[in-house]
Design a protein around this ligand. Structure first.
Ligand code: NAP
Length: 309
């Protein structure tokens, strides 16, 4: 069996070593743009160039070394007509739980305000918030959204979730579809975006939608930067309608130096680290799926190309 391994960041060696340990029968192939690619059974990719995709028409499947699929689906018709398989949770759910729980607790316990007070040398206990009035709303109830809503429930927050198709999650107020979005937003004190980037979710978080949140609400975006209209968020923060935002993802990454988010103390910036690919987990998951496909089985996490995630 021949398996092509490609990463846009060029970090191939540790991945090749881990795959070779779990799939000793496979020959790991590295792409060289100056030579025609010999036929391979599978391709395992992260951030591939279009020139490489054009040579993959004969693979049995393409595996992605991540959960987000927008970076490959953007190639549209240039994508070969083979199954594309994303990572499932693979250790990212636990990281998302840590990031979102920390951020919600930071706002709930007003640590953002205490950090500012400490910078100014101010000692001023603030009124505690009421948890019952601090509902967290999670956009996207998928592989990563579900562990997050469960963890927030365990912390005692009222939790609501929004997805495309209807869901039934114990103790979570579930909303589905565009028609239910305004009602979902109206009761959300902390909005957490965990949606895939698709034509429907691009610019979803614009001025009109964010204005539906109650005054003083917070925003957390751990999904994709293009889902948020940056100038609209800045305007709503300056007007006081949005009290603060924690953003891990941006339209352009790294976030360019002149971007107004950098200078806004009510915006907390992290460099796309909320859930990193855990190599060992990812390699084990992909190797298991290749073994299953080779036995003629069906694997989970096949991307629906029409749906866009
Ligand atoms: N910042 C980071 O480090 C990082 C790391 C990993 C992933 N991510 C991001 O996190 C996103 C979510 O990951 P995931 O694995 O949880 O995705 P997923 O399993 O594909 O789940 C996506 C969820 O979004 C919902 N959805 C999609 N389109 C929608 C629409 N138009 N309206 C309403 N709901 C919609 C889906 O609804 P249905 O359930 O009804 O289908 C599903 O619940 C990824 O796509 C990626 O962008 C970020």
């Amino acid at each position: 069996m021949r398996i092509l391994l490609y990463r846009g960041d060029g970090v191939i060696e540790p991945w090749a070593r881990d795959f070779a340990a779990l799939l000793p029968q496979a020959e790991m192939v590295v792409w060289d743009e100056h030579h025609e690619l010999a036929p391979c059974d599978y391709a395992i990719l992260w951030s591939p160039p279009p020139a490489l995709l054009g040579q993959l028409a004969h693979v049995k499947a393409i595996f992605l070394m991540g959960a987000g699929v927008d970076a490959i689906l953007k190639f549209g018709a240039a994508l070969p007509d083979v199954p594309v398989i994303r990572l499932g949770d693979a250790g990212m759910g636990a990281q998302m739980v840590e990031y979102v729980a920390y951020t919600v607790l930071r706002y709930f316990r007003r640590f953002d305000e205490y950090e500012e007070q400490a910078r100014l040398g101010v000692w001023n206990p603030l009124a505690p918030r009421n948890k019952e009035e601090f509902a967290v709303g999670v956009l996207g109830l998928g592989k990563l959204g579900v562990p997050v809503v469960r963890a927030l429930r365990q912390l005692g927050f009222p939790v609501r979730g929004w997805s495309r198709t209807a869901k039934d999650i114990p103790d979570v107020d579930c909303f589905a579809g565009m028609d239910a979005l305004d009602a979902f937003l109206a009761g959300t004190q902390v909005l957490v975006c965990m949606l895939p980037l698709t034509p429907e979710t691009t610019n979803l978080l614009d001025r009109a939608r964010l204005s539906k949140l109650p005054k003083g609400a917070y925003l957390v975006n751990v999904a994709r930067g293009a889902q948020l209209a940056d100038p609209d968020l800045m305007a709503l923060i300056r007007s006081g309608h949005i009290a603060g935002a924690t953003l891990d993802v941006f339209r352009n990454e790294p976030l360019p130096a002149p971007h107004p988010f950098w200078g806004e103390p009510r915006v907390t910036i992290t460099p796309h680290i909320s859930a990193l690919t855990v190599r060992k987990e990812a390699v084990r998951q992909i190797a298991d799926k290749i073994a299953l496909l080779e036995r003629g089985g069906q694997v989970a996490d096949v991307v629906d190309l029409d749906r866009g995630y």
